[in-house]
Write a protein that binds this ligand. Sequence first.
Ligand code: ATP
Ligand code: MG
Length: 261
Amino acid sequence: MVVANQKGGVGKTTTTVNLAASLALHGARVLVVDLDPQGNASTALGIDHHAEVPSIYDVLVDSKPLSDVVQPVKDVEGLFCAPATIDLAGAEIELVSLVARESRLQRAIQAYEQPLDYILIDCPPSLGLLTVNAMVAGAEVLIPIQCEYYALEGLGQLLRNVDLVRGHLNPALHVSTILLTMYDGRTRLASQVAEEVRSHFAEEVLRTSIPRSVRISEAPSYGQTVLTYDPGSSGASRISKRRVRSPCGGPPYITNRSTPM
Ligand code: ATP
Ligand code: MG
């Protein structure tokens, strides 16, 4: 699942790490691929990502096997992370001249032999080659949308990029899920934005929206997800309660056909 939105600060990383932790806490084996040179997902999962750490940069640019860079996340069994270091900032340019530059992540994931139920890819706030690599590797796109003014600006471009990648490189790709984040029910703006997004994307928007919550924003400073930092908080419950059993008896999955909380 590709977590993407070229708008910055909309909750991509927060969604990725907390959803991944929630799935792992319910028994799934989950890999988070940090594809953002900022390395925020690595930080949030308590994974060391200083410049010398083997990272997703080595996988994309030097064809290192993914298994050489994946690290287990302390505190959450079954959760793993392929960290990003600052090296990745140069990858957008370095990839341009490499063979199969759009499908390097896809190849690395295909060659990864460890059993996994989910892979979540945290994209940078851009539509460059890193995000294209994520879209070529992924099966579906999850778009977090912040319930603020400007929320829908740029969304058209993102959707066009998904269409382009589907048309040329990954026929299976589709936007499966839109998640409203940082929802502040006290403001009329938040409900107006939510209403507008729902009217455009009735099928894709999850009924649950993530509230603006201090606990969610504090958790990364302890190298934790909100699920381990404060499992009883409102943000944690919104993320973890939306699950149903998979029809084949496998791990739980998130549904967007659930009833409102
Ligand atoms: P970037 O585009 O820089 O990668 P992003 O889309 O990954 O950003 P996040 O880093 O997840 O966005 O979130 C941006 C900021 O908002 C962070 O400081 C995060 O802690 C905070 N934040 C995210 N979700 C919530 C929430 N539900 N309540 C309060 N703060 C939040
Ligand atoms: Mg981020």
